[in-house]
Write a protein that binds this ligand. Structure first.
Ligand code: ADP
Ligand code: MG
Length: 331
């Protein structure tokens, strides 16, 4: 059997305190040349897991291995963090704001081969679409541009693994998508392995090849984004990935759903307005315009459902409609 690329074997990490905090008996194997996204509520242990994988923290028990070798913790290394990995977080403090973008990036390469240094710097600037900013002083950059420079600095020395801890939080939505696409492309072109923590479901779903769901310091479930989205095994996962409707089985009964489960989950796109002349027993309460689509809040017997309408302008508050629920989940 081939040696696993990067794996955690039964790692435990407990922070001192009255309530449990940290990571419990966690095992996982990271696929090389893929993007793995770690998602979970705030405080679920995402950053802790990332730091343990990188070697910024040592586990209390168990170990992390990179290509079959145990990763050294911060007390065993002069410069904490594995030499073949780089980590980028929200803070771009590592940047020298008085220096030009070019020098911020090129400065991390040795001077032994000046031609190679120039070529590599140019390559990384191109990969991150910041070649036009090369001569700009870092203090004049926008948040999104600074984040691109931070990632370029991480990639210049060709790490095998790039760890991202919610690095796009400060970046405008419009810039974020471009940056997400560029990282995907770098992974496809160079075979880089990316492990990212994200709390944005759209980001995790669109970027990741593999999703890992953390809850209270434990892995709850893991899998491909599509299957985890369509068939989560836990309500917690559904809630993380979508703004879903959660009904009690008593409420769901009014809508023809018979189930003994405690919670019935209906995603906004699973409730569809159908044409019917007779049984229009739902009332549109609110129409929330979102540009290319609308969120409709509909109500029946004081139970509300939020659903997706891809044809804005078709319905108004007060309209009576007929609804069909084409899929639901039981928990
Ligand atoms: P996440 O990144 O998912 O928000 P973290 O991994 O940062 O979560 O933290 C997990 C839990 O451990 C939280 O309850 C947090 O308060 C606690 N924690 C994190 N770092 C420390 C620390 N250095 N000392 C004590 N508790 C910590
Ligand atoms: Mg965190």
């Amino acid at each position: 059997m081939a040696t696993p690329f990067l794996q955690a074997i039964s790692i435990n990490k407990t922070y001192p305190g009255e309530r449990f905090a940290g990571l419990r008996k966690t095992s996982l194997s990271i696929h090389p040349k893929n993007i793995t996204a770690i998602i979970g509520e705030s405080g679920s242990g995402k950053s802790t897991l990332l730091k343990l994988l990188y070697g910024l923290l040592s586990p209390d028990e168990g170990e992390v291995q990179f290509n079959g070798e145990r990763i050294w913790g911060p007390e065993e290394k002069l410069i904490p963090g594995h030499d073949h990995m780089k980590m980028v977080t929200q803070d771009t403090d590592g940047l020298n704001i008085y220096a030009k973008v070019w020098d911020n990036i090129a400065g991390l390469m040795p001077n032994t081969d000046v031609a190679a240094k120039k070529e590599r710097t140019q390559q990384v600037l191109k990969q991150l679409n910041i070649l036009h900013l090369a001569d700009k002083q870092a203090c004049y950059l926008s948040g999104g541009e600074k984040q691109r420079v931070a990632i370029a600095r991480a990639l210049i020395t060709r790490p095998e693994v790039l760890l991202l801890d919610e690095p796009f939080n400060q970046v405008d939505t419009s810039f974020r998508e471009g940056l997400q696409q560029d990282i995907r492309q770098i992974v496809e072109e160079t075979g880089l392995t990316v492990i990212m923590v994200s709390h944005d479901p759209a980001e995790a779903l669109s970027m990741a090849d593999e999703l890992i769901v953390l809850k209270d310091g434990e892995i709850l479930e893991a899998g491909h984004p599509q299957s985890l989205y369509q068939n989560p095994q836990h309500l917690y996962t559904a809630r993380l990935l979508t703004n879903c409707n959660v009904l009690s089985s008593a409420d769901a009964k009014h809508y023809g759903i018979r189930s003994k489960a405690e919670h019935i989950v209906i995603y906004p796109e699973w409730a569809i307005i159908t044409s019917s002349w007779t049984r229009k027993n739902w009332m549109v309460k609110q129409v929330l315009f979102k540009g290319s689509y609308e969120d409709l809040v509909v109500e029946k017997r004081s139970v509300t459902l939020r659903l997706l309408n891809s044809k804005p302008g078709k319905y108004a508050a007060g309209d009576k409609v007929h609804l069909k629920v084409k899929k639901y989940l039981e928990f």
